[in-house]
Design a protein. Structure first.
Length: 281
């Protein structure tokens, strides 16, 4: 709101500079009078379209105020009321005015998202998220959830059922890599092993074996083996080994790996665990 307030205050002071201050008021009293006028303008001005609003209010003050003295707070309020009656949607009733304001809020959200890639706090609502999806600003409810937009219960259910986009998946892999200290290929292997069904993005859907999430197997040379305390220390001048974790033959998860997984994702059924062990036997 700083740009709005600075703009309106500067325009009001320019208007006052062209007029004569009230007689008998000087010093601090005159400064207080100016501050009261500024407060009235900031209180009455809309959040959006305030530039055009002020031009209309200033023009109305010039037309209605016959003398060259400063306008009063009442003069400003009367001018704002007259401008409001001439604004789009006023004659159509409160419902049309609400629609006009809501469209302005969605416009504001769209501009902020295109500039920052994130929702604007304070005006983030599920209905406005739906409007952004209809406009094509957001691809679907899944992207809206990933970006941090508010969702209705129906939108949240739709997001859970949809596959993540490549952008969301890459973000997820990067976060897991940072949390666990994994190389990118190790982090993606871990994420693939912990996902199935709609949790996998479209470009990795062919890796889904139809098993419950977390019942897949980890690569033999994965995050656990790379953290083996008995491994030979690598000299500082020796480059890290190059390997493809997904090229190694799969093996069943160990009890220690299940314990680590359940710490993050919660307990899995014993039936799923036994089935996984049987598949790998």
């Amino acid at each position: 709101m700083t740009d709005r307030n600075d703009h309106l205050e500067a325009r009001l002071r320019a208007l006052l500079a062209r007029r004569t201050p009230p007689r008998g008021i000087a010093g601090q009293a005159l400064a207080d009078e100016a501050e009261s006028l500024i407060a009235a303008v900031l209180r009455l001005a809309p959040a959006m379209g305030y530039e055009a609003w002020w031009e209309a209010v200033a023009r109305t003050v010039e037309e209605r105020h016959r003398s060259r003295s400063w306008p009063t707070v009442g003069d400003i309020a009367d001018a704002a009321r007259e401008v409001r009656t001439r604004s789009p949607g006023h004659d159509a009733g409160p419902a049309a005015a609400d629609q006009h304001r809501e469209a302005a809020m969605v416009d504001l959200l769209e501009r902020h998202f295109r500039a920052t890639g994130a929702p604007l706090g304070g005006v983030n609502r599920a209905s406005r998220t739906a409007a952004l999806i209809r406009r094509g600003v957001l691809a679907d409810a899944r992207e809206a959830r990933h970006r941090g937009f508010d969702l209705s219960p129906d939108q949240a259910a739709e997001a859970r059922a949809a596959r993540p986009s490549r952008t969301e998946w890459e973000h997820h892999v990067a976060v897991i890599g940072r949390l666990k200290g994994l190389m990118p290929d190790e982090a993606e292997a871990w994420c693939i092993s912990a996902s199935s069904g709609a949790a996998l993005p479209e470009h990795l859907a062919h890796l889904d074996r139809g098993q419950p999430a977390g019942s897949a197997v980890l690569p033999r040379q994965g995050w656990r083996d790379m953290r083996d305390a008995t491994a030979r220390p690598r000299p500082p001048d020796e480059p890290p080994p190059r390997h493809d974790p997904l090229s190694e033959p799969p093996r069943p998860w160990t009890d220690d790996e299940w314990a680590r997984f359940e710490t993050i994702h919660g307990p899995r059924s014993s039936a799923a665990m036994e089935q996984t062990r049987a598949d790998g036997a």
